[in-house]
Design a protein around this ligand. Structure first.
Ligand SMILES: Cc1ncc(COP(=O)(O)O)c(C=O)c1O
Length: 424
């Protein structure tokens, strides 16, 4: 395995989490954390799969169904108008969250996965021709691999891969070689779910744009941890899911540069995405509705808006600094356990601690930890090519959120030591 000598962007937390971040107070906002599992206080360390929901989000969704439920954009009655304005307010909240230039650039989708499929099947189908190439990276989640494979099969195009090094960082020195006249799009993750690597998005976008290649960034693992500014990053498309950032499942966001979205054909046909329909011809609606066919997840959008307000109250810089402390503490403590190897040792990492223990299958570690009330994920993390690169069938993964503590990391380490005693 080659090592990467190219320096990567630094991500230094701005606010010291030990000043003014009261994690115990944060924990009290999450009802689910107050329970016992198998007779132990729950230690929830599966945040990269999905995060828990604060009371503010749960209540926003309940309030909508108890007092505000109606279909949007179609009624003249009070509830319909109110639901429409709440849904649009959520869109403006998302716009502010990622600093998009215009609210029409915010498309509500089901998830990050749907956002990527949308771009592949609209922008991709229009711009990728036989013999062209789509470039992804060696650390992508299956959601940012398979839609491009499907597109490449449909269009007889080639999928190319920017490799990673043994620390789990992108080998940036390979990038110029892989960006050719045939490359029609670069799709990459902001933060790796399997390794925790934070990628130098801005730097990569600059290189891609110098070749006139647009960039889609999968921000599913970045949105809960980092401040995102799509204008500063200069990305063309950016996707994320509500449920990984303390919001509900079933809602996600596709950001797209307005000029690109305007030129793209619709993804799905149906109600709301039209201006007029006859049997002969349909005229499509304006942005963002052109890409929002059918009744959307109204409660989901409102819940996502509430999650963003919650994140704003805590401050993403504060959260990042706190999680950084927990990650550093966990990395040191776990490295000290005999037989443990940490997978993913990039210089810039966020909130993910993937590891293996010599001679023990990760599923067995996960099962023993569960009996101790410690919830982690084991498996390939929907990133089988990453596992193949490390020649591993699976890893155990602890992933942190705004409510995790160093005491919980100690519970993790104690449980890992016990797993070694039982299984080693
Ligand atoms: C990096 C990354 N991209 C995409 C996804 C897909 O997210 P969703 O299943 O919410 O669409 C995930 C989910 O784990 C992820 O970690």
């Amino acid at each position: 395995m080659a090592t990467n000598s190219v320096p990567i962007e630094t991500h230094t937390p701005i606010v010291d989490s030990r000043v003014g971040y009261d994690v115990e107070k944060v924990r009290r906002d999450f009802p689910i954390l107050q329970q016992q599992i198998h007779g132990h206080a729950l230690v929830y360390l599966d945040n990269a799969a999905t995060s828990q929901k604060p009371r503010a989000v749960i209540e926003a969704i309940s309030r909508y169904y108890e007092r505000g439920n109606a279909n949007i954009h179609r009624g003249v009655h009070y509830l319909s108008e109110h639901a429409t304005s709440e849904h649009e307010a959520a869109r403006r909240t998302v716009q502010g969250f990622i600093n998009a230039a215009d609210k029409r650039e915010i498309i509500f989708v089901r998830s990050a996965t749907e956002g990527i499929n949308l771009v592949a099947q609209t922008y991709g189908r229009t711009h990728v021709q036989p013999g062209d190439e789509v470039l992804i990276t060696g650390m992508e989640h299956h959601s940012n691999i398979v839609p491009w494979q499907i597109l490449c099969e449909q269009k007889q195009a080639q999928l190319r891969v920017l490799p990673i090094n043994d620390r789990g960082e992108l080998r940036l020195e390979e990038l110029p070689k892989l960006l050719t006249r045939k490359t029609k799009l670069l799709a990459m993750s902001h933060v790796s779910n399997a390794l925790g690597t934070i990628n130098p998005v801005k730097q990569i976008v600059e290189v891609a744009h110098s070749h006139n290649i647009p960039v889609l960034v999968d921000g599913a693992q970045a949105a809960p941890h980092l401040n995102i500014d799509v204008q500063e990053l200069d990305v063309d498309f950016y996707v994320f899911s509500g449920h990984k950032m303390y919001g509900p499942t079933g809602i996600g966001v596709l950001y797209g540069r307005q000029a690109l979205l305007e030129a793209m054909p619709p993804y799905q046909g149906g109600g709301d995405m039209i201006r007029s329909v006859t049997f002969e011809k349909t005229l499509y609606n304006d942005l963002p509705y052109k890409f929002e066919a059918g009744t959307p997840d109204i409660a989901g959008a409102i819940g996502l808006g509430a999650a963003i307000h919650y994140l704003d109250r805590l401050g993403l810089d504060n959260i990042a600094a706190h999680e950084h402390d927990v990650l550093v503490y966990g990395t040191e403590a776990l490295s000290a356990v005999p037989g443990v190897r940490i997978i993913g040792t990039a210089a810039q990492k966020a909130a993910v601690l993937s590891f293996v223990i010599e001679g023990i299958h990760p599923h067995d570690i996960g099962t023993i930890l569960d009996r101790e009330g410690v919830a982690i994920r084991t498996g390939h993390h929907c990133a089988m090519p990453v596992m193949a690169w490390y020649a591993l069938p699976a890893t155990a993964r602890a992933s942190f959120g705004c409510y995790n503590t160093e005491e919980e990391v100690e519970r993790l380490i104690a449980a890992v030591r016990r797993a070694r005693e039982v299984l080693g």
